[in-house]
Design a protein. Structure first.
Length: 359
């Protein structure tokens, strides 16, 4: 029975190396075969965490069974008198040094010690090292052989493996979060050291700190609030629209119906350039673009930046959980989070300081 269990332990242990050593080229060959066995192998590899959990559960269960049977077998092969004699010899040997042992306790210790040493040697040699060396050389062969058993056992042990997979994911997220915090603290410390060495690099330091914290900033921290949003009602005249465009200085304006909770699209000011000669009854609403990007308030600005890149847009409407408009965020808002305020000719002019140059 122990031999069968040891053989099973070797197969399961070798399977771990066999499956997880299959490279992209080997997996591609298996996919091209399109056989039932190759499909099972690919199916197992598609859920690597579940496969690993199944292998570990099987391997540990078999090894525990081997230890229990080995302990029973050790008791059958060697009587208690055998371990008692060894204990007596040990007690007599160290007794002269003034050290005293309990004879019965020492006998039990030697029995457990011999069992652990013997089983560990056998398991490591025949249940770990040998099968893993074989699996590393013949990974596809062993993967084929174990495809059906692992497929069945993976389904049977699904509840247990799912528990361990979810537990490991939670632990991994927690450890990764702690590591991320530690890493950012180290980076901040390195930046502070830079400041001490070169006090003139304050702007660069602020930029570096902003980059480090970039993925932690939410959209609500950079957006223009609803009260500050400049938008146009789709019912206003063309003359009124041009006045709003002139006064605001923005290149893009949200267009709404009734209120800001009903955004109909975005008006690009450059689309108006070729229609500046039109009269007051010009149907400017036909120029409104309906490709509107909505983003939840909890979204991080690094994710919104990816949305801007993929959608090729520069403006997003920030909404709450009920779909109401909270404000808007632009590509410029995100860039300012890193490099600071970006001012143009339409921003409030600061008082300039004039200095007379020498002749």
């Amino acid at each position: 029975m122990i031999i069968l269990l040891l053989f099973g332990s070797a197969l399961v242990s070798g399977s771990e190396i066999a499956y997880f050593s299959l490279g992209p080229n080997e997996q591609k060959l298996l996919q091209e075969e399109n056989s039932l066995t190759s499909k099972r192998i690919i199916g197992l590899l598609e859920k690597p965490r579940r496969l690993l959990a199944t292998i570990l559960i099987l391997n540990n269960t078999i090894n525990i069974a081997i230890v229990l049977l080995a302990n029973h077998l050790m008791g059958s092969l060697f009587s208690d008198a055998f371990f008692t004699r060894i204990s007596q010899q040990t007690v007599d040997l160290v007794g002269g040094a003034g050290i005293h042992f309990n004879l019965d306790g020492t006998a039990i210790f030697f029995k457990i010690f011999f069992t652990v040493v013997l089983v560990t040697f056998i398991l490591v040699l025949f249940g770990e090292i040998t099968p893993k060396i074989y699996a590393n050389i013949h990974n596809i062969r062993l993967a084929r052989f174990m495809a059906s058993p692992l497929n069945v056992l993976s389904n049977v042990l699904s509840p247990a493996s799912s528990f361990f997979v979810n537990f490991s994911k939670g632990l991994e997220k927690r450890l990764a979060r702690n590591r991320q915090v530690s890493l950012k603290a180290d980076i901040d410390h390195a930046i502070e050291l830079t400041v001490r060495q070169d006090p003139s690099s304050d702007e660069e330091v602020d930029m570096l700190k902003s980059i480090v914290k970039f993925s932690e900033v939410s959209v609500t921290q950079v957006m223009r609030s609803r009260l500050d949003v400049v938008a146009v009602d789709e019912q206003i005249s063309y003359k009124e629209l041009l006045k709003i465009v002139k006064d605001s200085g923005f290149s893009r304006l949200p267009v709404y119906e009734e209120d800001l909770d009903h955004i109909q699209g975005i008006l690009y000011v450059k689309d108006l350039l070729q229609h500046l000669h039109e009269g007051e009854d010009f149907a400017w609403q036909n120029l409104v673009r309906n490709d509107v990007l909505y983003t939840p308030e909890s979204r991080k600005i690094n994710e919104l930046l990816k949305d801007f890149q993929s959608r090729k847009l520069h403006m997003a409407i920030v909404v709450d959980e009920f779909g109401g408009t909270l404000g808007l965020a632009t590509l410029e808002d995100i860039m300012e989070e890193v490099i600071g305020d970006i001012r143009d000719e339409f921003d409030d002019k600061e008082e300039l300081e004039y200095i007379q140059l020498d002749d």
